[in-house]
Design a protein around this ligand. Structure first.
Ligand code: CA
Length: 232
């Protein structure tokens, strides 16, 4: 039975990188379309949406973050962001704008293909916990609504931030390594860039503020601290 060909839109103004990425994706059976322009990317996404977008952060017209934000306003189309090594980690707030993952240049094209496959396998922005409510002290995660509340405050979390917090709270008291978190939350079955985990933890701490129950276990990973009792 023929599998429907999945299409990837590569948005990158560096011709050499774009061609290189396209060649690897095509070799892996994807249909690839390329553009160097953020505006054109939005037009293509609007008229003929691909299965996934590989999006460079630095583009000559609209930057990748803005393109990602606009894609997210309209759809849950998966986005893999490309960043340069010297981009500040905080600039990778593209993740917060809803990118599913990011890869730092220079990267191994096989890793890019593997990540594209992983994102598509888990259904893009759709994520694993899709029902149930998890309570941890003042924090309430509602998987059906994808909502996070701390007391009566609603905290807006990006999809992967939500999943990461869920995974940590669901195993509170246990240390999870960065690799375990990459596998469980991002679906990687190979060694990925563990900075992805650190960036998301940083965002969670910023959003949850002093209520963030995430403890860094030096040299190993992260764990959720036990819930504080309302009385304590
Ligand atoms: Ca660029």
């Amino acid at each position: 039975m023929a599998r429907e060909t999945q299409s990837i839109l590569v948005v990158e103004d560096e011709q050499a990188i774009a061609s290189f990425v396209a060649a690897y994706l095509r070799k892996d059976g994807f249909d690839v379309r390329m553009t160097a322009s953020g505006r054109e990317a939005l037009a293509i996404v609007g008229s003929e949406p691909p299965s996934l977008v590989v999006l460079d952060l630095m583009l000559p017209d609209l930057d990748g973050m803005e393109v990602c934000r606009r894609i997210r306003e309209a759809s849950s189309l998966p986005v893999l962001m490309l960043t340069a090594r010297d981009d500040d980690l905080d600039k990778i707030a593209g993740l917060e704008m809803g990118a599913d993952d990011y890869l730092t240049k220079p990267f191994n094209p096989r890793e890019l293909v593997a990540r594209v496959r992983a994102i598509l396998r888990r259904g893009g922005a759709r994520t694993r916990p899709d029902a149930g409510v998890l309570r941890h002290g003042d924090i309430v995660l509602d998987a059906g609504r994808r909502e996070c509340r701390v007391g009566d405050r609603e905290i807006r979390l990006a999809p992967k931030e939500f999943d990461l917090l869920w995974e940590l709270l669901d195993h509170h008291g246990f240390v999870l390594t960065r690799d375990q978190l990459l596998e469980r939350v991002w679906g990687y079955t190979f060694a990925g860039d563990t900075r992805t985990v650190d960036v998301h933890v940083r965002q969670l701490r910023r959003k949850l503020g002093e209520d963030a129950p995430i403890v860094t276990v030096w040299g190993i990973g992260y764990k959720a601290a036990p819930a504080r009792d309302a009385a304590g």
